[in-house]
Design a protein around this ligand. Structure first.
Ligand code: HEM
Length: 394
């Protein structure tokens, strides 16, 4: 079959179930796991929805992650210029130079050292929820602050700057703020991280930013990579905590399994990552050469969007893919991506989810939604899928 047999379609965003990919996206996968995509800017590219094809793209050096290929499948906004140090938009060997500085920061051992801090941060948020009293918006009081406080610890943000860091990192993700306010928060955070890099060079401590500042990176590169860690690690984890809690509260039989046997938590987290696949359409690559993929010819210069949500529900890769089964082994999921850019912070994300979901269900045996399902708004048009608010009681 040639490219002309396929009509480019817009990226489907309409969901019928808040926890499942848009039905049109999965129908597309079942018919054409590699299909033509119409981008909102009027150009055409490719949409990859099948599991095998997604892995093939993400593991193929002929597909580039560089910023100039970025084209959002949904929304009008054109991508801004790429800042120095933002290695998610680099290819090897430039990417490898940055990435190797960070892999050592997220080893199982280093991440375990952070676990007591994650425990304490989570316990503080649960205490704050009790102080406020039900109903509480779990997104505001729990899902958003936990990952940004963990990133404060990871980067080594001084305690007196935690409130500043918290305030601006939350504004960066606040859908109720104007574009000007969001841009200003990004700017203030970038300036703050540049000052922090200089401080860490002068007075190094035992934290990620001190070690990165001591490398051969420039101040701008070190601050840019710290900003990447913040933007890549905050919204993703927050969305998983909010949407994941909503999922557990909507599937009482699965939640009961977890309450009965808390040792299921590690597998449950993997299954939630697979099932929810919150990174919707931000996985973008540009072909640097002509590539043959599952019978289609992708031409050099064309842009490919990989829909992880559809790939993670592919029946060729997972048995009964649309069933949530917290006891299954979902380890091969693509929720953290695949290939050289696979999430460098995944061990930390796992610890955060294990601790946060674990404490939440232990401390609140009567946790329940405090709103009707049709009142729970999702962020189905943004590149990270999740819930905007989640009112809960206990
Ligand atoms: C549940 C939470 C998370 C999810 C679902 C997630 C997902 C992803 C995905 C899909 C990618 C690949 C992007 C691509 O191929 O273009 C990625 C990359 C990345 N993630 Fe995560 N992530 C999470 C948490 C974190 C955390 C906690 C951190 C750090 C604190 C982090 C830091 C990064 C960085 C720095 C990259 C870029 C890696 C590279 O380009 O080599 N992520 N993440």
């Amino acid at each position: 079959m040639t490219r002309t047999d396929l009509q480019p379609v817009a990226f489907p965003t309409e969901r019928t179930c808040p926890f499942s990919p848009p039905p049109k996206l999965t129908e597309l996968r079942d018919e054409h796991p590699v299909s033509r995509l119409a981008y909102p800017d009027g150009t055409d590219g490719w949409l990859v929805t099948g599991y095998a094809a997604a892995r093939a793209v993400l593991n193929d050096p002929r597909f580039s992650s560089r910023g100039e290929h970025r084209r959002m499948a949904v929304g009008e906004g054109a991508p801004g210029p790429t800042r120095p140090g933002v290695f998610i938009f680099m290819d090897p060997p430039e990417h490898s130079r940055f990435r190797k500085l960070f892999t050592g920061e997220f080893t199982v051992r280093r991440t375990r050292n952070l676990e007591p801090k994650v425990e304490r941060i989570t316990a503080d948020r649960i205490a704050a929820m009790r102080d406020i009293g039900p109903p509480v918006d779990l997104v505001r009081e729990f899902a958003l602050p936990i990952p940004s406080l963990v990133i404060c610890e990871l980067l080594g943000v001084p305690y007196e700057d935690h409130a500043f860091f918290q305030r601006h990192s939350e504004t960066m993700l606040d859908y109720d703020r104007s574009m000007d306010e969001v841009v200003e928060a990004f700017q203030l955070m970038a300036e703050f991280l540049t000052r922090l890099v200089r401080l860490k060079r002068e007075r190094p401590q035992d934290d990620l930013l001190s070690r990165v500042a001591a490398s051969d990176l420039t101040d701008e590169e070190a601050a840019g990579s710290a900003m990447l860690v913040l933007t890549a690690g905050h919204e993703t984890t927050a969305k998983m905590l909010g949407l994941g809690t909503y999922l557990l509260l909507s599937r009482p039989e699965q939640l009961a399994l977890l309450r009965k046997d808390p040792s299921l938590i590690d597998g449950a987290v993997e299954e939630m990552l697979r099932y929810l696949s919150i990174v919707q359409f931000g996985i973008i690559r540009g072909a640097t050469q002509d590539v043959e993929l599952e019978g289609r010819r992708i031409r050099a210069g064309e842009v490919v969007t990989v829909a992880l949500s559809a790939a993670n529900r592919d029946g060729d890769a997972f048995q009964d893919p649309d069933a949530l089964d917290l006891t299954r082994s979902a380890g091969r999921h693509l929720g953290f991506g695949y290939g050289v850019h696979q999430c460098v912070g995944q061990q930390l994300a796992r610890v955060e989810m294990r601790v946060a979901f674990g404490q939440l269900i232990r401390e609140f045996p009567g946790l329940h939604l405090a709103a009707a399902p049709d009142e729970i708004e999702t962020t189905h048009l943004s590149s990270m899928y999740g819930v905007r608010r989640l009112p809960v009681g206990w």
